[in-house]
Ligand binder design. Structure first.
Ligand SMILES: Nc1ncnc2c1ncn2[C@@H]1O[C@H](COP(=O)(O)OP(=O)(O)O)[C@@H](O)[C@H]1O
Ligand SMILES: [Mg+2]
Length: 312
């Protein structure tokens, strides 16, 4: 069954997630190829081990690049660390002020603190880059090739992790406001307050986008093998806990040939796992991608996967 509803106007974001090596990049690239036929589409990779350029057999750097031969398709491999550095530079003054007035840190402490990793902040920045792009509305559809499960979950839960950090800062700030108000009788919000508010809004925006099934869709990708099924189970339950609904599951590398003894045995073993996938993930609609005779890279083979995914 093909993946449906991607053409709905309100749907902006399609994310692919799953274990390493199951076919996330392949599915994301084929989907972007499909969408670019009708929509101005941006394919984004948030996997630090980027491979969307390899999938299309082109070279890109950490900037948005339109595909030379496919109108309406652009590609972008997000550098989350770079996004974080830019963010720190842009907000350096506000962050320092916040730390200075809200804690008893001296300048050296503040510098040391800022060089520490805040839980999930680089991922938040990666996602912020995506949300900012969506805000700019230059594209109609955004397809994300996410990192393997663990990292992607961290990415998806990072707004929550980061939210906790912002809350602690806000509490400290609140104490500061209280003291200032007590001693001077009034308090005027400053840059640091604006900054906290801005961060809260960013987090809320990311969460709202991910949790709104009208705006975004998460597609799980798996293969008929026991470890992949286990990992998919964990992924789906974590996503559910984050209130992110998953309606589609792609089952990749399914053997169709019966031409040899080995193929028949493999097919037999896959049959058991396919049945398990269908019964375990009964809330998700399965789409099967047969195992191809060779790996999938370059336009011709991506078009084959596109047709498998989207032709009735
Ligand atoms: N259906 C398929 N048949 C044959 N090779 C495939 C298929 N799907 C993916 N591949 C190949 O398997 C490898 C892993 O796929 P990839 O999409 O990069 O996985 P992921 O992004 O989940 O790590 C790639 O070399 C890709 O070309
Ligand atoms: Mg990949």
């Amino acid at each position: 069954m093909p993946i449906a509803d991607l053409g709905v106007d309100s749907l902006q974001l399609v994310m692919f997630g799953g274990k390493g090596g199951v076919g996330k990049t392949t599915a994301a690239a084929a989907t972007a190829l499909y969408l670019s036929e009708s929509y101005n589409t941006l394919l984004i990779s948030t996997d630090p081990a980027h491979s969307i350029a390899d999938s299309f057999r082109i070279s890109i750097d950490h900037r948005i690049k339109s595909h030379e031969n496919i109108p309406n398709l652009s590609l972008y491999e997000v550098d989350a660390e770079q996004a974080l550095e830019t963010f720190k530079k842009d907000n350096d003054k506000e962050i320092k002020k916040l730390m200075d007035t809200s804690t008893s840190f001296d300048q050296e402490d503040i510098d040391a603190f800022l060089s520490l990793p805040v839980p999930g902040i680089d991922e938040v920045m990666g996602f912020k880059t995506v949300v900012d792009l969506i805000d700019e509305a230059k594209y109609e559809k955004y397809v994300i090739d996410t990192a393997p499960t663990g990292h992607a979950l961290r990415l998806l839960s990072s707004p929550g992790l980061f939210d906790d950090w912002v809350k602690v800062m806000a509490q400290l700030r609140w104490k500061y406001r209280y003291m200032v108000t007590r001693f001077s009788g009034k308090y005027t919000p400053d840059d640091a307050d604006d900054f906290l508010l801005k961060m809260k809004k960013t987090i809320k925006k990311i969460q709202n986008l991910l949790r709104d099934p009208a705006k975004s869709k998460f597609v799980a990708v798996t293969i008929p093998e026991t470890m992949a099924i286990e990992e998919t189970r964990r992924l789906l339950s974590r996503l559910e806990a984050m209130q992110i609904e998953v309606k589609d599951i792609i089952v990749n590398n399914v053997l169709t040939s019966e031409g040899c003894q080995f193929c028949m045995q493999r097919k037999q073993s896959q049959k058991r796992y396919l049945d398990e996938i269908v019964s375990t993930f009964s809330n998700q609609k399965p789409t099967i991608i047969p195992l191809q005779p060779s790996d999938v890279s370059g336009l011709d083979s991506l078009r084959i996967i596109r047709d498998i995914l989207f032709e009735d």
